[in-house]
Design a protein around this ligand. Structure first.
Ligand SMILES: [Zn+2]
Length: 519
């Protein structure tokens, strides 16, 4: 099927060898074409791309294509290795397919979270701080605070307990957990403290299990659902780092559900229901759950354990009113999982929530509870990440909404524009009135022309702009322009409160734990 891509790649290679005597080092076929990494004596530039294009145009090419971009790329994504020259090629069987692809790319560029993140003052990264380490600017931090506040309150309301744990732990801990054995390549080098080795944490699980083990647990204490926004650090090749989606330090909204075998079915069903509730609160509605089964090569746990756990996961998906797809052999060696994928407004798939069985760590950490028979038993452990990484989830929100965040987590919700200075006093009272309602407001009292003020607030994607002139003051209100609903005429605080009630309601945590409560 991808034969035309192979043929085109061969012609591209010939053209580059003839023009610049460079060798092809690496290539990868993608859905929309392919990319090739060449070892060239000098970097590519637009003139060289033109020359390659001219060379190709004389050839008989059996498909629609374009050289869609070029960049430097480290060999194997490793900054210590050679810099290669990467050429991206879009290739399709027909011109119409190529055009559709171009349109899609143009749209994706408009939604790009790096671009919008910089425009709206959401985040940045800096060479001085280090690659893959995110700086949250005040506006991004405000939205993030609202997101975390909502999620944390919803967790506490729905039977989760909260934990805070350190960023580093002794090597002993990572030996017990098996991370040094199985995950070392993703971890940073140890820090020496008083002659002992400590590691930055790549995961939170071991800390939660130590908290669990700090007390004798009875079956009456279970289930325990322990949650945390844990900052974890994982090594990623520098060439693969990207915006908020591929970083070296990120925050996992992590939870561990520790329960008896009898409880696990309802616990997994609840974990999924809770995840869907939270995600829907952010305006996300399209999901696809994948149930990943036992891997072929390495796995631990008995066949019965795998069969039981896989069945529990499937039932939970069905109970949530969704249809699952099976990812055959896609489970981790220590247990099967549900991966919940999300679709954004451009129809692209994002990996977010994971609900994962673990047949490994309860034994490694010697976790136990006293059963109703008075004996010790090993509990069932389920790992759950809901947003996955808060950083990546934010990238999804930015791209899904193109920076137009829903009202409840928009960093600034309302902007006030007095038409001239004589309206400032009235507007200041309006600003105070809004703030007293707990709303986030910006106002411009300078002498700048109102059109300029409006333009600035529109660029900042503030959901509502209130314009105030003599007529509005006479009517005891303000003229409302909504990004979503257009011009809404004159409103006052009372009618505004009524108008935004439902949108703000989305951001208020609900109790959904009880059976039969629909969300
Ligand atoms: Zn975990």
């Amino acid at each position: 099927m991808s034969n035309y891509k192979d043929n085109l790649m061969e012609l591209l290679k010939e053209a580059i060898v003839e023009l610049y005597s460079g060798g092809l080092v690496f290539h990868e076929i993608t859905e929309s074409g392919f990319y090739c990494d060449f070892d060239l004596s000098e970097p590519l530039n637009p003139e060289k791309i033109n020359a390659i294009n001219n060379r190709l145009s004389g050839r008989d090419i059996p498909c629609a294509y374009e050289l869609s971009g070029f960049s430097g790329a480290y060999q194997d994504g490793d900054a210590n290795k050679k810099m290669l020259q990467r050429i991206y090629v879009a290739a399709f069987e027909t011109q119409a397919e190529l055009q559709a692809h171009r349109d899609k790319m143009a749209k994706a560029f408009e939604h790009d979270h790096k671009k919008i993140g910089a425009q709206l003052g959401i985040f940045s990264t800096s060479d001085e701080v280090g690659q893959g380490l995110v700086l949250w600017h005040p506006k991004g931090a405000t939205s993030r605070f609202l997101l975390e506040q909502f999620s944390q309150a919803a967790h506490l309301l729905n039977g989760y307990q909260w934990a805070y744990t350190p960023h580093i732990g002794r090597s002993e801990l990572w030996k017990i957990s098996g991370h040094l054995e199985n995950f070392r390549d993703n971890m940073y080098n140890p820090i020496d403290i008083d002659g002992e080795e400590y590691y930055l944490k790549p995961m939170n699980c071991p800390f939660h299990f130590i908290i669990y083990n700090s007390e004798t647990r009875s079956y009456r204490d279970l289930p325990i659902r322990m949650a945390e926004f844990g900052n974890v650090y994982r090594y990623e090749l520098s060439g693969t780092l990207h915006g908020l989606t591929r970083v070296r330090g990120f925050t996992q909204d992590d939870a561990h559900i520790i329960c008896t075998p009898e409880q696990v079915e309802s616990e997994v069903a609840f974990a999924l229901k809770f995840s869907l509730y939270i995600l829907r609160s952010f305006g996300l509605t399209e999901f696809k759950p994948y149930v990943s089964t036992k891997p072929k090569n390495k796995s631990i746990g008995s066949d019965e354990q795998w069969a039981m756990a896989t069945e529990v996961l499937k039932k939970a998906v069905v109970a949530a009113g969704l249809e699952y797809e099976i990812d055959e052999g896609g489970g981790a060696f220590y247990g099967p999982k549900i991966d919940l994928k999300l679709y954004d407004s451009l129809g692209r798939e994002w990996q977010c929530s994971t609900i994962q069985f673990d047949f490994n760590l309860p034994e490694r950490f010697k976790m136990k509870y006293v059963g109703s028979d008075g004996r010790n038993h090993i509990p069932v452990v389920v790992h759950r990440a809901l947003f996955g990484s808060i950083e990546r989830f934010f990238a999804l929100l930015i791209e899904h909404y193109k920076g137009d965040f829903p009202l409840w987590y928009a960093p600034v919700q309302f902007a006030i524009v007095p038409i001239n200075q004589s309206h400032n006093d009235y507007c200041k009272r309006l600003e105070i009135g809004l703030k007293k309602l707990g709303l986030r407001v910006d106002a411009d009292y300078t002498e700048t022309h109102m059109r300029e003020k409006i333009k600035r607030f529109e660029t900042e994607k503030i959901p509502y702009i209130f314009v105030v002139g003599d007529k509005d003051i006479e009517a005891g209100g303000f003229s409302v322009r909504s990004r979503k609903h257009g011009n809404l005429g004159v409103m006052n605080l009372e009618s505004l409160s009524e108008h935004i009630k439902d949108d703000l309601e989305q951001g208020k945590p609900k109790y959904i734990l009880a059976e039969g409560v629909e969300v």
